[in-house]
Design a binder for this molecule. Sequence first.
Ligand code: FE2
Ligand code: FE2
Length: 162
Amino acid sequence: MTINKEVEFNNIISDILKNEEFIDLKYEIHHGISRLDHSLNVARLTYKTCKKLHVKNYEEVTRAALLHDFFRTEDVPEKCFLNHPDKAVENAKKNFELSSVQENIIASHMFPIARVTPKHVGSWIVSGADKAVAIYECTKYKVPLTIGAAFLFFMNVCFIQR
Ligand SMILES: [Fe+2]
Ligand SMILES: [Fe+2]
């Protein structure tokens, strides 16, 4: 990213990174790294994708991307793991102002395997970015993230089951 974009990205998320409950995600393991680092990777890819696609509410979407996995593993029983977006919404609402768009972005990020459907462009972007980043983190396979995101976005559209 250019320095200007790097500065803007940091300004958008800076208050979230000062929240003690949120930065405790650095102690949670997620795809072999910390959940804080995973969330930052998804937020960064989301920001870049929004800028490329000229998404007007890119700040709102980028913040929701950072908050999409705001939960502690111990608060989500293993057999209920697909409910973790609900816990992330709850935690995000408790600590920050959350718009209805941001709520849908977080709640639907596990689409299509979880029950909530993405209703906004930002929801589709974050859902795709999360999957692309997850594959990258899990495999360390150096597929360019934009190609991975495009592929997963396509897969999401193809496998809509409702
Ligand atoms: Fe998640
Ligand atoms: Fe995630």
